[in-house]
Design a binder for this molecule. Structure first.
Ligand SMILES: Nc1ncnc2c1ncn2[C@@H]1O[C@H](COP(=O)(O)OP(=O)(O)OP(=O)(O)O)[C@@H](O)[C@H]1O
Length: 281
């Protein structure tokens, strides 16, 4: 896959300024008791790219997603989306600005059908309560548009035949597809995907990868957390690396594996060696 031009020209150092950043983080901090789970001094996500967020277990990746998407509070710092300050806003407001996230463990209620899950996503992203929205007649006005949108997405993700099945009967991979389809109900500008391929069989992983790159090609910005380096190398335009809550490296995928800070983050830094600088060796 071609690396977008800007990625080739950027210096691969943590916090590097991007030519057209969509999401910008400054000093974003989250602590739990005495533990600094996240302290990202500066991070920009370039519009229209797929950015992988990688790092060892406990690096703070999910916590960062939680904070930025409004599902958890920050202890400090600011972040903006397309120039709009988002700090302190609730998830449905953030979704309305165009940034939608998915979760490591899918949040598809098992006792709702696939279609109902889609409708629920639309209402949740608008900040509405579920029951009144679902019980209202669906054949009028806005609701009808939502059903049309849901059916288009189910078709795109090859889930149409499961439309009226309970979500609880879906395989893990099908639930991941449904989660992605649900995230798209709000016509987002940016997706934050937390381990979208985890626990998915190889065939469905390929399908998910195809969907994610297609979304990027249509103009969406995607940031995803992933542990599988083949996946990261295969679809990312840019890779950001966290360790101990901090951003320790970023760069195009082909430079990341050779980056000293990344190797230290994954293998554990030897104390007899000088501090990693984030520069390539
Ligand atoms: N609600 C919480 N209460 C206390 N500590 C937490 C909480 N959530 C996360 N942490 C801690 O914050 C740190 C970062 O966790 P986080 O889940 O963000 O890491 P991660 O990089 O997503 O890890 P993984 O790759 O294993 O999902 C860890 O030390 C974790 O134990």
């Amino acid at each position: 896959m071609p690396v977008p031009e800007p990625a080739r020209e950027l210096e691969p150092v943590p916090g590097v300024r991007k030519p057209d950043p969509l999401l910008v983080l400054d000093d974003v901090t989250r602590t739990f008791g005495g533990l600094v789970a996240v302290h990202v001094e500066h991070l920009e996500v370039q519009r229209g790219t797929i950015t992988a967020l990688i790092g060892p277990n406990g690096a703070g990746k999910t916590t960062l997603f939680n904070v930025v998407s409004g599902f958890d509070r920050a202890d400090g710092g600011e972040w903006s989306f397309d120039g709009q300050p988002l700090s302190g806003r609730p998830p449905h407001r953030i979704a309305r600005y165009g940034m939608v996230r998915t979760f490591q463990l899918t949040r598809t209620p098992a006792r709702l059908t696939v279609l109902e899950n889609m409708l629920l996503a639309a209402t949740a992203q608008r900040g509405e309560r579920l029951l009144p929205a679902l019980l209202r007649p669906l054949w009028r006005g806005q609701e009808r548009e939502i059903v049309v949108r849901a059916d288009e997405l189910l078709n795109r993700f090859r889930l149409t035949k499961l439309r009226d099945e309970y979500a609880g009967t879906l395989s893990g991979g099908q639930r991941k597809l449904l989660e992605l389809a649900r995230a798209l109900m709000a016509r987002p500008v940016m997706l934050l995907l937390d381990e979208p391929m985890a626990g998915v069989n190889p065939a469905l992983t390929q399908s998910l990868l195809g969907h994610i790159t297609a979304l990027r090609d249509e103009g969406l910005t995607v940031c995803f957390v992933e542990h599988d380096m083949d996946v990261v190398m295969g679809i990312s335009d840019w890779v950001a690396v966290m360790a101990g809550g901090r951003l320790v490296a970023e760069g195009p995928p082909y430079t990341i594996g050779r980056n000293r800070a990344v190797v230290d983050a994954y293998l554990g830094k030897r104390h007899d060696e000088p501090e990693a600088t984030g520069e390539e060796t």
